[in-house]
Design a protein around this ligand. Structure first.
Ligand code: GDP
Length: 297
């Protein structure tokens, strides 16, 4: 469905005069194609524009080496710049979970994959880092969601906070904290309620939970296939709650990954993990190289 960017660019450069260095006009023409590729990959227009500007300055005047075509050279420059933006600062996949019990707050919209990701992450911290984890569901409006976390906990061998009917989310967060201290847990994870869209009630609730738990990490879980909606969600949650990182789910789907670039550019927050399926081990550290390859096609 998508024409490969390298192919597109070789076409462009075939029409241009061959020179020893990339001229401003050459680069401009080529970057028009790059812009189309970015937009097709669901990168937002302002982000694509900024990105193109950054690459343009970098590429103009670069000597064309004999081993590659000018088209390949521009693709390489674009690829490296994409990785730069996507990577940002810090180590992808790293979490601040020292000083036990370390709270991790999981936030996001309903259906984004929050509960699944909470369990996947708990399993990862247990298996890889040998951490003792307690998970708690705070989704009091959906008993099924609380049950779901308990079932996943049993599957992966991670404790969940016993469900007490009628308890409000803030009280559950407090109980999780106490239980985590008394039980000698390294980390406790709070799986908050999601809504179909962002609303005041949800945000106020998550805020109150945040203030009680004082989380070391606040991870936003968003469906990577929802493109610009995912970016708006991230903006909203970051402004109101303050997130420390993002988990992009459904990256096993056929999305082009442009949301990752927009999200990174707009919020400045790192993408820490990607979800690659429904199974409990389908969670991987975010790899900028993979997404860059996907965006360029
Ligand atoms: P929540 O409402 O945000 O807690 O969402 P859930 O964790 O219940 O997930 C909703 C659905 O998405 C479930 O059927 C999950 O198995 C599925 N899901 C979650 N993460 C992924 C992922 O990375 N890839 C795929 N293919 N499905 C996922």
């Amino acid at each position: 469905m998508f024409e490969n960017l390298s192919e597109r660019l070789s076409g462009v450069f075939d029409r241009l005069t061959k020179q020893g260095a990339l001229s401003e006009d050459d680069v401009k023409t080529a970057l028009r194609e790059v812009r189309v590729a970015l937009l097709e990959a669901d990168v937002s227009l302002p982000v694509a524009r900024d990105f193109i500007k950054r690459v343009q300055d970098q590429a103009t005047g670069q000597a064309v080496t004999k081993s590659v075509t000018p088209g390949q050279q521009v693709v390489k420059i674009v690829h490296d710049a994409l990785i730069d933006v996507l990577r940002g600062e810090g180590e992808p996949g790293a979490l601040k979970v020292d000083a036990p019990p370390a709270p991790i707050l999981m936030v996001g919209l309903q259906g984004g994959g929050k509960t699944t990701t909470t369990a996947k992450l708990a399993k990862r911290l247990k298996d890889r880092d040998g951490k003792k984890i307690l998970m708690a569901s705070l989704d009091v409006n959906r008993p099924a969601a609380m049950e779901q976390l308990a079932i996943l906990g049993m599957q992966i061998g991670v404790d969940t906070l016993p469900i007490v009917k009628g308890e409000d989310p803030v009280a559950i967060a407090k109980r999780a904290k106490t239980q985590a201290s008394l039980g000698g847990y390294d980390v406790y994870m709070l799986d908050t309620a999601g809504r179909l869209s962002i609303d005041e009630e949800l945000m106020a609730q998550v805020e109150a939970i945040r203030d009680v738990a004082n989380p070391r990490e606040t991870l936003l879980v968003v469906d990577g296939l929802t493109g610009q909606d995912a970016v708006h969600t991230a903006e909203n949650f970051d402004e109101r709650i303050g997130i420390t990182g993002v988990v992009l789910t459904r990256m096993d789907g056929d999305g082009r990954g442009g949301a990752a670039l927009s999200m990174r550019a707009v919020t400045g927050k790192p993408i820490k993990f990607v979800g690659l399926g429904e199974k409990m081990d389908a969670l991987e550290t975010f790899e900028p190289e993979r997404i860059a390859g996907r965006i360029l096609g």
